[in-house]
Design a protein around this ligand. Structure first.
Ligand code: ADP
Ligand code: MG
Length: 380
């Protein structure tokens, strides 16, 4: 395989109500009369190449990714592009999907979905069922796919006597990494604060965390309930939930342990990671505790970048131990695991410097995974 196991997708969110809706038409370039963000619609690079022209800037910058999703791409279309990774996890691979980007760029929306399952306020009561809203994000859709596949396999085995029914245990963990500390989102704040969490890598490729609550789940509705609980724990941590969540990484993991048709044990894992906001320190003007948070975030995001680059370059040494996040995900990032990074960007003119920073980070990862340094260069 030419490209290794790292893919990078970019997703541009639609403008919010108070933002100029014309980012794809104007606002950028020296005279602010060029598109701020332009995604190739035709040609060889359609849906894969984009151009950013910061307002007042003399230069435009172009970037290539495995996919670029424009503001009109819905959650279903995005999920279609990742559903093969969910299947890989079912087949026993370790899969990691990240959302990277500044706060407000659409990371949580991509992972969880719109307001019903997002972070703004109480999730709606959905009873036993997952939210069937079109807005639902990668996490609820992945869960659905996994349970559907499991049920289909069981049914097929039942109809086909002589075939041993597959065994698959599905369990979930959900944590937050805040200032390099692990917090368990499936137990009370108090319990989590009193527990010491240690990451353990096992010889069979599994990773566990001592003291962490692992919940075996029987159907998608049970996972939905867990997510709701986790959201509630997360929200009590700080009065301003959105602010808090933007400073921590959230790692949702489905552990898929079973036996395949040949009797071999399989240990797949699907890690869905909503990263802390990537915005730079200068813009947030941090002091004291905020400064420490920002430094932890910068350090762990750059550690993640370093690990992904080292893996893409097939370096002998991969610096997994440089952050809690990369150490936790070590077995899901190296070897024959599969990694996808979403870089989420905002279409707002006043975010264009942050957008460029995010795209440069992602382009570095992407160009390395292609074994060449092409992306992110300045144009005339
Ligand atoms: P982040 O998690 O990166 O801070 P959010 O996911 O909370 O950002 O997104 C910020 C706002 O934009 C939210 O109100 C969210 O619902 C909305 N949003 C983000 N992406 C999309 C999208 N693709 N379509 C519609 N609304 C979106
Ligand atoms: Mg968020």
């Amino acid at each position: 395989e030419l490209k290794g196991n790292i893919r990078v997708f970019c997703r541009v969110r639609p403008p919010a109500n108070d933002e100029d809706p014309r980012a794809d038409k104007m606002g950028g370039g020296k005279n602010m009369d060029q598109p701020l963000l332009k995604i190739d619609a035709v040609g060889e690079m359609a849906g894969r190449r984009m151009e950013v022209a910061p307002p007042g800037g003399a230069k435009a910058f172009d970037f290539n990714f495995d996919r670029v999703f424009g503001q009109d791409c819905g959650q279903g279309e995005v999920f279609e592009e990742i559903s093969h990774l969910v299947q890989s996890a079912l087949d026993g691979y370790k899969v990691c999907i990240f959302t990277y980007g500044q706060t407000g760029s659409g990371k949580t929306y991509t992972m969880l979905g719109g307001d019903a399952c997002g972070e703004s306020g109480e999730p709606e009561d959905q009873g036993e069922d997952l939210n069937l809203d079109d807005n639902r994000g990668l996490i609820p859709r992945s869960i659905e796919q996994i349970f559907k596949a499991r049920d289909a396999a069981a049914k097929a085995a039942e109809e086909n006597r002589g075939v041993t029914p597959p065994s698959l245990a599905i369990s979930a963990t959900m944590i937050e990494i805040y200032n390099e500390d692990i917090k368990d989102l499936l137990v009370s704040q108090k319990h989590s604060a009193e527990t010491k969490y240690d990451v353990k890598h096992h010889a069979d490729g599994r990773t566990t965390v001592t003291g962490l609550k692992t919940v075996e789940v029987a159907n998608a509705g049970e996972v939905a309930k867990l997510m709701k609980k986790a959201q509630a724990v997360r929200s009590t941590a700080k009065t301003n939930m959105n602010e808090h969540s933007s400073r921590s990484h959230m790692v949702f993991t489905l552990h898929l342990d079973g036996v395949d048709s040949t009797g071999q044990p399989v240990h797949g894992a699907l890690n869905l990671v909503d990263l802390a906001g990537s915005e730079r320190l200068s813009r947030t003007g941090a002091e004291g505790a905020r400064l420490k948070e920002a430094q932890c975030i910068n350090k762990s995001l750059s550690a993640l970048g370093d690990v992904v680059l080292a893996l893409a370059n097939r370096d002998a040494h991969v610096p997994f131990r440089n952050s809690k996040l990369t150490y936790l995900l070590q077995n899901s990032l190296g070897g024959d695991s599969k990694t996808l990074m979403f870089v989420n960007v905002s279409p707002a003119a006043d975010s264009s410097q942050e957008t460029l920073c995010s795209l440069r980070f992602a382009a570095k990862v992407n160009s390395c995974s292609q074994g060449q340094q092409t992306a992110g260069g300045a144009k005339k």
